[in-house]
Write a protein that binds this ligand. Sequence first.
Ligand code: GTP
Ligand code: MG
Length: 292
Amino acid sequence: MPEGVSRAGVVALLGRPNAGKSTLLNRLLGEKLAIVTARPQTTRSRILGILTRGDAQLLLLDTPGFHESPKALNRALNAVVEEALEDCDVAVLVVDPGAGWDAAHDAVRARIEKRGVPWLLVGTRSDRPGPAGAWPPPGAAGAHALRVSGRTGEGVEALLDGLVARLPEGPHFYAEDELTDRPLRFLAAELVREVAFEELAQEVPYCLAVEVEEFDESGEDGVRIRANLLVERASQKPIVLGRGGSRIKAIGSEARRRIAELLGRPAHLSLWVKHEPRWSRRPKRLKSLGYH
Ligand SMILES: Nc1nc2c(ncn2[C@@H]2O[C@H](COP(=O)(O)OP(=O)(O)OP(=O)(O)O)[C@@H](O)[C@H]2O)c(=O)[nH]1
Ligand SMILES: [Mg+2]
């Protein structure tokens, strides 16, 4: 291949909760980095995924879905979105065509255009034809629109080409084999949260945080991890524990399996449920949990 121009830049994936941003990030990377669940508001922080593709390095930022709510956690999440918007060289507005385009999309589009960075409109779930609204949505007139499936990978190569073409010229920021700037202990905590989101019903997942207290890689028989599941209300503790501890056991064994897959070596995981009222209301605490 002829030597080309070195390009590098930050690509922000922005969109409503559940639009498919994290699934798309993982598909772009070809690795599972961000957690994905069927529930909205899964992502709680900015997740950087580094993709080096020939002469180009994409710093892909997954973000929480933007939404309206006055809670401190949600304010923190929207602040993450704002920051990603400010920091990016290229923006991707990720939309689920089935859910459609709304006033919040108009607002984010206006912000992107005011910043003057190039941007692409990406519709997810191309593997799911059906009563999806018109694509591209009428509200998005004039945008450069693509359709992809994070699930099958359809359209993702074309999206990558479109992103690389819009990256600024410049040297790479990371070594070619780096995947993220997040420590493994944070990724392990996220995998516990992913399983907990799947196992727990209704509002419990949203009142739950995961904190890794111990992450010991020194043992020969695998990595030892001790993590706390923080719940906001005392009444949620028995729900997370389950009858005779059955639910926490199920969460632990599935999370252990996923963590071992991530680390590529055996993992020993012990989980503890703790009642910590107001964790989601204290900005400092949110930061120490990695939700920023
Ligand atoms: N069929 C199909 N499902 C998808 C696709 N992309 C995402 N999903 C599913 O949609 C749900 C939400 O996906 P996420 O990637 O977690 O969405 P998100 O935008 O990151 O959501 P938040 O983190 O809550 O903002 C999950 O159940 C995914 O498996 C897709 O292209 N096709
Ligand atoms: Mg997400």
